[in-house]
Design a protein around this ligand. Structure first.
Ligand code: ADP
Ligand code: MG
Length: 307
Protein backbone atom coordinates (compact mmCIF):
# COMPACT_ATOMS: atom_id res chain seq x y z
CA UNK A 1 0.00 0.00 0.00
CA UNK A 2 1.25 3.48 -0.84
CA UNK A 3 1.08 6.25 1.67
CA UNK A 4 1.06 9.72 0.16
CA UNK A 5 2.42 12.48 2.31
CA UNK A 6 1.21 15.88 1.19
CA UNK A 7 3.35 18.70 2.46
CA UNK A 8 1.49 21.86 3.25
CA UNK A 9 3.67 24.94 3.19
CA UNK A 10 2.51 28.33 4.33
CA UNK A 11 1.15 30.13 1.24
CA UNK A 12 2.43 33.58 0.38
CA UNK A 13 1.26 36.17 -2.12
CA UNK A 14 3.88 38.15 -4.06
CA UNK A 15 1.72 41.28 -3.75
CA UNK A 16 3.00 41.46 -0.18
CA UNK A 17 6.63 41.42 -1.31
CA UNK A 18 8.91 43.72 -3.25
CA UNK A 19 11.50 42.32 -5.66
CA UNK A 20 15.04 43.20 -4.61
CA UNK A 21 17.33 41.25 -6.85
CA UNK A 22 17.95 38.17 -8.92
CA UNK A 23 20.70 35.64 -8.30
CA UNK A 24 21.74 32.57 -10.24
CA UNK A 25 19.17 30.32 -8.60
CA UNK A 26 16.43 32.58 -7.36
CA UNK A 27 14.96 35.97 -6.58
CA UNK A 28 15.10 37.94 -3.37
CA UNK A 29 12.23 40.02 -1.99
CA UNK A 30 11.71 42.32 0.97
CA UNK A 31 8.41 42.21 2.87
CA UNK A 32 6.18 45.26 2.40
CA UNK A 33 4.84 44.93 5.93
CA UNK A 34 7.64 43.46 8.06
CA UNK A 35 11.09 45.02 7.84
CA UNK A 36 12.68 42.20 9.83
CA UNK A 37 12.30 39.52 7.14
CA UNK A 38 13.22 38.79 3.52
CA UNK A 39 12.19 36.08 1.07
CA UNK A 40 14.42 33.99 -1.15
CA UNK A 41 12.24 32.43 -3.87
CA UNK A 42 13.50 29.74 -6.21
CA UNK A 43 13.31 30.25 -9.97
CA UNK A 44 10.50 28.39 -11.81
CA UNK A 45 13.02 25.92 -13.24
CA UNK A 46 14.65 25.34 -9.83
CA UNK A 47 14.49 22.01 -8.01
CA UNK A 48 12.33 21.87 -4.86
CA UNK A 49 14.80 19.50 -3.18
CA UNK A 50 17.49 22.19 -3.37
CA UNK A 51 15.47 24.82 -1.56
CA UNK A 52 14.27 22.31 1.05
CA UNK A 53 17.90 21.25 1.58
CA UNK A 54 18.95 24.91 1.92
CA UNK A 55 16.23 25.48 4.51
CA UNK A 56 17.23 22.43 6.53
CA UNK A 57 20.93 23.30 6.36
CA UNK A 58 20.27 26.92 7.30
CA UNK A 59 18.26 25.81 10.34
CA UNK A 60 21.01 23.46 11.51
CA UNK A 61 23.90 25.93 11.11
CA UNK A 62 22.29 28.44 13.47
CA UNK A 63 24.25 26.94 16.36
CA UNK A 64 27.60 26.28 14.63
CA UNK A 65 29.18 29.55 15.72
CA UNK A 66 29.41 32.01 12.81
CA UNK A 67 27.07 34.85 11.93
CA UNK A 68 24.33 33.86 9.52
CA UNK A 69 20.71 35.08 9.18
CA UNK A 70 18.15 32.78 10.80
CA UNK A 71 16.00 30.71 8.42
CA UNK A 72 12.46 31.23 9.64
CA UNK A 73 10.03 29.35 7.42
CA UNK A 74 9.67 27.35 4.23
CA UNK A 75 6.86 28.88 2.14
CA UNK A 76 5.08 28.36 -1.17
CA UNK A 77 4.12 31.11 -3.59
CA UNK A 78 0.43 30.46 -4.12
CA UNK A 79 0.24 31.35 -7.86
CA UNK A 80 3.17 29.35 -9.20
CA UNK A 81 3.84 26.77 -6.49
CA UNK A 82 7.47 27.90 -6.25
CA UNK A 83 9.07 27.28 -2.87
CA UNK A 84 10.90 29.92 -0.91
CA UNK A 85 12.59 30.56 2.41
CA UNK A 86 11.80 33.42 4.73
CA UNK A 87 15.01 34.59 6.36
CA UNK A 88 15.77 37.10 9.04
CA UNK A 89 16.74 40.20 7.04
CA UNK A 90 20.25 41.55 7.41
CA UNK A 91 19.53 45.22 8.08
CA UNK A 92 21.01 47.80 5.70
CA UNK A 93 22.90 45.00 4.01
CA UNK A 94 25.42 45.32 1.25
CA UNK A 95 27.16 42.34 -0.33
CA UNK A 96 30.94 42.39 -0.67
CA UNK A 97 30.58 42.30 -4.47
CA UNK A 98 28.23 45.30 -4.41
CA UNK A 99 30.67 47.22 -2.19
CA UNK A 100 33.42 46.66 -4.77
CA UNK A 101 31.13 47.69 -7.61
CA UNK A 102 30.23 50.90 -5.79
CA UNK A 103 33.77 51.69 -4.71
CA UNK A 104 36.41 49.86 -6.81
CA UNK A 105 39.37 51.26 -4.89
CA UNK A 106 38.04 49.42 -1.82
CA UNK A 107 38.67 46.00 -3.41
CA UNK A 108 41.90 45.16 -1.50
CA UNK A 109 40.34 46.11 1.84
CA UNK A 110 37.18 44.05 1.18
CA UNK A 111 39.14 41.01 -0.04
CA UNK A 112 41.20 41.21 3.15
CA UNK A 113 38.11 41.33 5.38
CA UNK A 114 36.67 38.35 3.47
CA UNK A 115 39.94 36.44 3.98
CA UNK A 116 39.94 37.18 7.70
CA UNK A 117 36.29 36.13 8.05
CA UNK A 118 37.03 32.99 6.01
CA UNK A 119 39.98 31.99 8.19
CA UNK A 120 37.74 32.16 11.27
CA UNK A 121 34.93 30.29 9.47
CA UNK A 122 37.20 27.53 8.14
CA UNK A 123 38.69 27.17 11.63
CA UNK A 124 35.33 26.35 13.25
CA UNK A 125 34.71 22.62 13.62
CA UNK A 126 31.17 21.45 13.04
CA UNK A 127 29.39 18.34 14.26
CA UNK A 128 30.15 15.63 11.67
CA UNK A 129 26.98 13.71 12.53
CA UNK A 130 24.83 16.65 11.38
CA UNK A 131 26.44 17.81 8.15
CA UNK A 132 27.75 16.61 4.80
CA UNK A 133 31.34 15.34 4.70
CA UNK A 134 32.79 16.65 1.44
CA UNK A 135 35.79 14.32 1.32
CA UNK A 136 33.51 11.29 1.53
CA UNK A 137 30.98 12.70 -0.96
CA UNK A 138 33.72 13.42 -3.51
CA UNK A 139 35.38 10.04 -2.93
CA UNK A 140 32.11 8.29 -3.74
CA UNK A 141 31.47 10.46 -6.83
CA UNK A 142 34.82 9.89 -8.58
CA UNK A 143 34.31 6.28 -9.76
CA UNK A 144 30.94 7.23 -11.31
CA UNK A 145 32.23 10.21 -13.30
CA UNK A 146 31.77 10.32 -17.06
CA UNK A 147 35.39 11.08 -17.87
CA UNK A 148 38.77 9.59 -18.86
CA UNK A 149 40.46 6.92 -16.75
CA UNK A 150 43.60 9.07 -16.45
CA UNK A 151 41.57 11.85 -14.78
CA UNK A 152 39.79 9.42 -12.47
CA UNK A 153 43.10 7.89 -11.41
CA UNK A 154 44.53 11.33 -10.51
CA UNK A 155 41.36 12.29 -8.58
CA UNK A 156 41.26 8.95 -6.74
CA UNK A 157 44.87 9.35 -5.63
CA UNK A 158 44.36 13.00 -4.66
CA UNK A 159 41.22 12.55 -2.55
CA UNK A 160 43.02 10.00 -0.34
CA UNK A 161 45.71 12.64 0.34
CA UNK A 162 43.24 15.30 1.52
CA UNK A 163 43.61 15.61 5.31
CA UNK A 164 40.44 14.84 7.28
CA UNK A 165 38.92 17.99 8.69
CA UNK A 166 35.70 18.98 10.44
CA UNK A 167 36.22 22.64 9.45
CA UNK A 168 33.24 24.55 8.01
CA UNK A 169 32.89 24.78 4.22
CA UNK A 170 30.46 27.13 2.48
CA UNK A 171 31.02 25.30 -0.83
CA UNK A 172 29.70 28.28 -2.80
CA UNK A 173 32.51 30.40 -1.50
CA UNK A 174 32.68 33.81 -3.21
CA UNK A 175 32.21 37.49 -2.25
CA UNK A 176 28.54 37.55 -3.33
CA UNK A 177 27.71 35.18 -0.50
CA UNK A 178 28.85 37.36 2.36
CA UNK A 179 27.06 40.56 3.29
CA UNK A 180 27.87 43.47 5.54
CA UNK A 181 25.26 45.14 7.72
CA UNK A 182 25.67 48.90 7.86
CA UNK A 183 23.42 48.78 10.92
CA UNK A 184 25.28 46.29 13.14
CA UNK A 185 28.69 46.66 11.46
CA UNK A 186 28.94 42.84 11.28
CA UNK A 187 29.42 40.47 8.34
CA UNK A 188 26.99 37.58 7.69
CA UNK A 189 27.42 34.34 5.75
CA UNK A 190 24.50 33.78 3.37
CA UNK A 191 23.48 31.18 0.75
CA UNK A 192 24.36 28.19 2.92
CA UNK A 193 22.50 25.49 0.98
CA UNK A 194 25.74 23.62 0.27
CA UNK A 195 27.23 23.99 3.76
CA UNK A 196 29.26 21.01 4.95
CA UNK A 197 32.65 20.19 6.37
CA UNK A 198 36.08 19.36 5.05
CA UNK A 199 39.43 20.83 4.11
CA UNK A 200 39.42 24.60 3.58
CA UNK A 201 41.18 24.32 0.19
CA UNK A 202 37.88 23.17 -1.33
CA UNK A 203 36.36 26.59 -0.59
CA UNK A 204 39.51 28.38 -1.78
CA UNK A 205 39.42 26.31 -4.97
CA UNK A 206 35.81 27.36 -5.63
CA UNK A 207 36.84 31.00 -5.22
CA UNK A 208 39.62 30.30 -7.75
CA UNK A 209 36.97 28.99 -10.17
CA UNK A 210 34.90 32.20 -9.97
CA UNK A 211 37.84 34.62 -10.04
CA UNK A 212 40.12 32.90 -12.58
CA UNK A 213 37.97 30.69 -14.82
CA UNK A 214 34.32 31.82 -14.84
CA UNK A 215 35.41 35.48 -14.60
CA UNK A 216 35.48 35.73 -18.41
CA UNK A 217 31.73 35.01 -18.67
CA UNK A 218 29.40 38.00 -18.99
CA UNK A 219 26.67 36.24 -16.95
CA UNK A 220 29.09 35.73 -14.07
CA UNK A 221 30.32 39.34 -14.22
CA UNK A 222 26.67 40.42 -14.08
CA UNK A 223 25.84 38.30 -11.03
CA UNK A 224 28.95 39.60 -9.26
CA UNK A 225 28.55 43.22 -10.45
CA UNK A 226 32.31 42.97 -11.11
CA UNK A 227 34.52 43.12 -14.21
CA UNK A 228 36.88 40.33 -15.22
CA UNK A 229 39.83 42.43 -14.03
CA UNK A 230 38.20 43.01 -10.65
CA UNK A 231 37.47 39.30 -10.20
CA UNK A 232 41.11 38.45 -11.03
CA UNK A 233 42.35 41.19 -8.70
CA UNK A 234 40.09 39.78 -5.97
CA UNK A 235 41.95 36.47 -6.12
CA UNK A 236 45.34 38.19 -5.85
CA UNK A 237 44.27 40.28 -2.85
CA UNK A 238 42.30 37.52 -1.14
CA UNK A 239 45.12 34.97 -1.31
CA UNK A 240 47.66 37.57 -0.17
CA UNK A 241 45.56 38.08 2.96
CA UNK A 242 44.58 34.43 3.50
CA UNK A 243 47.99 32.80 2.88
CA UNK A 244 50.38 35.70 3.33
CA UNK A 245 51.22 35.85 -0.39
CA UNK A 246 49.38 35.78 -3.72
CA UNK A 247 49.06 32.35 -5.29
CA UNK A 248 49.87 31.83 -8.98
CA UNK A 249 47.97 29.04 -10.80
CA UNK A 250 51.12 27.32 -12.12
CA UNK A 251 53.29 27.20 -9.02
CA UNK A 252 53.13 24.02 -6.89
CA UNK A 253 50.62 25.44 -4.43
CA UNK A 254 48.55 26.83 -7.33
CA UNK A 255 48.47 23.31 -8.81
CA UNK A 256 47.30 22.03 -5.44
CA UNK A 257 44.41 24.50 -5.50
CA UNK A 258 43.55 23.52 -9.11
CA UNK A 259 43.63 19.86 -8.08
CA UNK A 260 41.20 20.66 -5.25
CA UNK A 261 38.97 22.42 -7.77
CA UNK A 262 39.03 19.35 -10.04
CA UNK A 263 37.91 17.31 -7.01
CA UNK A 264 35.33 19.92 -5.95
CA UNK A 265 33.59 20.12 -9.35
CA UNK A 266 32.99 16.35 -9.49
CA UNK A 267 29.96 16.96 -7.28
CA UNK A 268 29.03 20.46 -8.49
CA UNK A 269 28.58 20.03 -12.22
CA UNK A 270 25.11 18.47 -11.87
CA UNK A 271 23.90 21.99 -10.98
CA UNK A 272 24.79 23.38 -14.41
CA UNK A 273 21.48 24.37 -16.04
CA UNK A 274 22.05 22.34 -19.23
CA UNK A 275 21.14 18.91 -20.66
CA UNK A 276 23.18 15.87 -19.51
CA UNK A 277 25.68 15.67 -22.41
CA UNK A 278 26.49 19.39 -22.08
CA UNK A 279 27.05 18.96 -18.35
CA UNK A 280 29.53 16.13 -19.05
CA UNK A 281 31.27 18.26 -21.63
CA UNK A 282 31.63 21.17 -19.20
CA UNK A 283 32.84 18.80 -16.47
CA UNK A 284 35.53 17.49 -18.80
CA UNK A 285 36.60 20.97 -19.89
CA UNK A 286 36.94 21.91 -16.19
CA UNK A 287 38.92 18.77 -15.43
CA UNK A 288 41.27 19.32 -18.40
CA UNK A 289 41.87 22.95 -17.45
CA UNK A 290 42.43 22.27 -13.77
CA UNK A 291 44.53 19.15 -14.16
CA UNK A 292 46.96 20.83 -16.58
CA UNK A 293 50.52 19.95 -15.52
CA UNK A 294 49.23 17.35 -13.02
CA UNK A 295 49.79 13.61 -13.51
CA UNK A 296 49.56 10.48 -11.39
CA UNK A 297 53.34 10.70 -10.93
CA UNK A 298 53.31 14.17 -9.36
CA UNK A 299 49.99 14.06 -7.39
CA UNK A 300 51.72 13.23 -4.11
CA UNK A 301 54.27 16.07 -4.48
CA UNK A 302 51.51 18.55 -5.37
CA UNK A 303 49.31 17.48 -2.46
CA UNK A 304 52.32 17.89 -0.16
CA UNK A 305 53.02 21.46 -1.38
CA UNK A 306 53.05 24.07 1.36
CA UNK A 307 52.13 27.69 0.88
N1 ADP B 1 19.16 37.39 5.08
C1 ADP B 1 19.29 38.30 4.12
N2 ADP B 1 19.09 39.61 4.38
C2 ADP B 1 19.19 40.54 3.42
N3 ADP B 1 19.50 40.26 2.14
C3 ADP B 1 19.73 38.97 1.80
C4 ADP B 1 19.65 37.94 2.78
N4 ADP B 1 19.92 36.75 2.16
C5 ADP B 1 20.16 37.05 0.87
N5 ADP B 1 20.04 38.38 0.65
C6 ADP B 1 20.22 39.07 -0.63
O1 ADP B 1 19.71 38.27 -1.67
C7 ADP B 1 20.71 38.01 -2.66
C8 ADP B 1 20.65 36.56 -3.10
O2 ADP B 1 20.85 35.72 -2.01
P1 ADP B 1 21.59 34.33 -2.14
O3 ADP B 1 21.21 33.53 -0.92
O4 ADP B 1 23.04 34.54 -2.37
O5 ADP B 1 20.86 33.72 -3.42
P2 ADP B 1 21.42 32.91 -4.71
O6 ADP B 1 21.26 31.45 -4.33
O7 ADP B 1 20.52 33.33 -5.80
O8 ADP B 1 22.86 33.28 -4.94
C9 ADP B 1 22.05 38.33 -2.00
O9 ADP B 1 22.90 38.95 -2.89
C10 ADP B 1 21.69 39.27 -0.89
O10 ADP B 1 21.93 40.59 -1.30
MG1 MG C 1 24.43 33.63 -3.67
Amino acid sequence: MFIFVIMNYKQINLNDWELQGEGAFGESYFSKTDSSIMLKLMKPEGRKEDIIAEFENSRKIASVGFKTPAAIELVEESQSGRLGIIYEKVQEKISFTRMIHDNPSDLPRIAKIHAEEAKKFHGINCDPTQFLCYKETIRKAIPKLFTFKKYKDILKAAIELVPDSHGCLQYDFQPGNIVHSNKTGENYWIDMGDFGYGHYLFDIALLYMFTNILCTKKSVQQIFHMTEQQLRAYWVEFTAAYFGRSIQPDEMFGKKIRLHLAMAVTIKYHMIPAPGPIKYLILNVMLRKNLKGISLENVADIMAAKV
